[in-house]
Structure formats: C-alpha cells, structure tokens
Write a protein that binds this ligand. Structure first.
Ligand code: UDP
Length: 235
C-alpha cells in the first residue's frame, strides 16, 4: 500500500454556498487552488469522491412522480457534473486529473477500472471518482469508503462544514464536545453522524481510518494535503 494515498470525500455542497444549489464557479476555483497548493507542499496521491447533493439527492426527490431509483440515478449523474467542474478548474491550474466514472459516459470520462485508477495515482494525477457506486440506494459516503478500500488508500478523509466529530450537533448544541480521536465502536454506539452507517461499517470492518475535518475553513485543504493533522481521527 502506498501510505501517502488519500481518498478525499467532499459533499456537493462544497461547490456552492452552504445550503445553496448547483455550482458556484468561485467555490470550485477556490477548492482547486487549495488542492494545487496542498499537492505542491505534500507528497501525496490524491483520489476524490464528490457528492451530488448540491443538485439533488435521490431520497429527497423520490415520490409519486419520480421513483427512488430514477432519483438516485439522477443523483449519480450530478456527481459526474461536479467531477467535471473540479477537473476543469484543476486543469486550468496545471494539475493533471482524470475522471473515472462508475456509469459509462465514455465521451466525458474513463470507466472506473481499479488498476487504471492506481496507475493514474502513481503518476500523481488527481483521480476524480464520479458516478457514485453506479447503484441506487447508496450514497457517495459509501462510494468513498468502497473506493478508498479498492485503491488501498491509507485514510478516508471527509471534508465537512464543522471542525470534526462532536458529541452532539454543534450547530444546535453549543456545549457539544469536539473529539480528537474516536473508535469506530464509539461512533456506532454513540450514534454519531459522521457518515451513513453503511460507509462507517465498511471502514470499521476493513480497518480503514476516517479523518473528518473542516473544509469551510479557508486554507484547511492546503494544510490537510500538506500533512497537517486536522479534525477528528476515527480508527
Ligand atoms: N447516489 C446513488 N448511488 C451511489 C452514490 C450516490 O444512488 O452509489 C445518489 C443518491 O441519490 C445520492 C445522490 O446520488 O443522494 C448524491 O449523492 P450524496 O447524497 O451522497 O451527495 P452529497 O450529500 O455528498 O453531496
């Protein structure tokens, strides 16, 4: 295993204002600039999974008119749009990237083939893993856990809008305690919502550490990629 290999999971919401919709080019540019500087400072192989919640989530749109599976398919397509936006912004800055999609969109992205992903990573290309798992009823958190295991990443990093894992929701409870380190069992027993339970179970069963850190703090992506210890480590 290359121990400098990281899978960074970001929510689609990182590409727009918190609670906003769609893609704000300024947010994408800022993210790309931070990734570029971070990669210059650290020696890491970076794969990324971006969610699609800035466009839609299957479970939210599902109803009488649009079924859950169609909604999930639409959500997975949204992740491809996000990956293409990040790719474009990174390549403008001279960072080599490849988009690998679980859903075939051959004119836009390569198919996800594990060995190909590894080859790109070894060549220091940022690998954007799009299209979710390619299956409905999953999330991009689970995609990130699965792909991190497939590429043998040393850690699954989740960039969020809070500083790490708290004992309670820090947005509603000002006394919520921020954890520096936690075990998977703590996460499950205390029902801490860091990722959906499928993703957490996959990581726990395969001893893949999760690092939750704040991505809305400007500069944190650079620090993280440069090797600084941020947020909460779940092991
Ligand atoms: N999705 C899916 N299968 C997957 C990954 C994602 O069906 O393997 C769909 C699902 O509808 C999900 C949407 O894509 O709600 C967007 O992903 P997610 O909600 O994880 O995005 P985020 O909240 O991280 O932006």
């Amino acid at each position: 295993m290359a121990n400098n290999r990281i899978l960074l999971k970001i929510s689609g919401e990182m590409l727009c204002e918190t609670g906003g919709f769609g893609i704000d080019p300024a947010h994408v540019q800022d993210l790309a600039q931070q990734i570029q500087s971070g990669l210059e400072q650290g020696d890491i192989q970076l794969a990324m999974v971006c969610g699609g919640g800035n466009f839609l989530r299957g479970s939210q749109i599902a109803g009488d008119e649009i079924g859950r599976i169609t909604g999930d398919n639409m959500g997975m397509l949204a992740t491809i749009m996000n990956a293409l936006a990040i790719q474009s912004a990174l390549e403008r800055l001279g960072v080599e990237t490849r988009v690998l999609s679980a859903i075939p969109v051959n004119d836009l992205a390569e198919p996800f083939i594990r060995r190909r992903a590894l080859r790109h990573l070894e060549k220091k290309r940022v690998v954007l893993l799009a299209g979710g798992t390619g299956n409905p009823y999953f999330t991009t958190d689970t995609t990130a856990a699965l792909r991190a295991l497939q590429i043998r990443a040393a850690v699954l990093a989740k960039g969020t809008k809070v500083d790490g894992v708290y004992s309670d929701d820090p947005e509603t409870n000002p006394d919520a305690e921020l954890y520096d380190e936690l075990s998977f069992l703590d996460v499950l027993q205390k029902r801490l919502k860091i990722m959906d339970s499928t993703a957490v179970s996959l990581c726990m069963d395969n001893s893949l550490p999760i690092n939750v850190f704040n991505m809305k703090n400007h500069g944190n992506v650079i620090k993280f990629l440069a090797g600084e210890r941020l947020g909460t480590m779940v092991t």
